[in-house]
Design a protein around this ligand. Structure first.
Ligand code: GAR
Length: 208
């Protein structure tokens, strides 16, 4: 089976990107991270990519001021790099219907809660864990899902939960959830690369 070419989109620290780089190097999945793109020029994930000799680009909103222009630039780059799979790894930007239509069930997002809880408008990054803490939730976790036109509504590929200790602050929850993210995101990528995922009626079947 040919190796899938993967683009990873980031906005920040890129610990999920790092988990993918590490797993690729360990031969965990049959894919190759061919391109890393950040909308934020100071994202540490760009440095992680460069350290691993992966082409890393900052695409600025200043140069592509509307979502449509921005995503058309991405579509152009994905074609140039012959990308098979797009992974949103802490990418905090809206994705246009045009981009989603070009890559149906080929865009994967990691979200730091058990969707549909604590998802949608305004729930991203640390805000998710603050909301989980404020609500006094007893469990949280992470979700990997395909991206559709809604916000955090696409078909769920994998989820993993953890029990929350009432003593944990939002930062502690974030740290524990990140550890889960670093396991389930590479696993979803592995299944994708092995063509094991099919989507029917908004459900993802994993052919193990
Ligand atoms: C991760 O927790 C990821 O789930 C979250 O941003 C963080 C990025 O961390 N993504 C979202 O909230 C998307 N709605 P990282 O840059 O260290 O991978």
């Amino acid at each position: 089976m040919a190796k899938k070419k993967i683009a990873v989109l980031i906005s920040g620290g890129g610990s999920n990107l790092q988990s993918l780089i590490d797993r690729q190097q360990a031969g965990f999945f049959a894919g190759e991270i061919s391109l890393v793109i950040s909308n934020n020029k100071n994202a540490y994930g760009l440095i992680r990519a460069e350290q691993n000799k992966i082409p890393a680009l900052h695409i600025s909103k200043k140069d592509y001021p509307t979502n449509e222009l921005y995503d058309r630039k991405l579509i152009e780059l994905f074609a140039e790099y012959e990308i098979d799979l797009i992974v949103l790894a802490g990418y905090l930007r809206y994705v246009t219907p045009e981009l989603i239509a070009k890559y149906p069930n080929k865009i994967i997002n990691i979200h730091p809660s058990l969707l549909p809880a604590f998802g949608g408008q305004g729930f991203y990054g640390a805000k998710v864990h603050q909301a989980v803490y404020a609500r006094g939730a007893k469990v949280s976790g992470a979700t990997v899902h395909f991206v559709d036109e809604g916000q955090d509504t696409g078909p769920i590929i994998l989820q993993q939960a953890i029990n929350l200790d009432t003593k944990w602050q939002p930062e502690d929850i974030a740290e524990k959830v990140l550890r889960i993210e670093h396991q389930i995101l590479p696993l979803a990528v592995k299944y994708f690369c092995e063509d094991k995922l099919t989507v029917e009626n908004n459900r993802v079947y994993i052919d193990l």
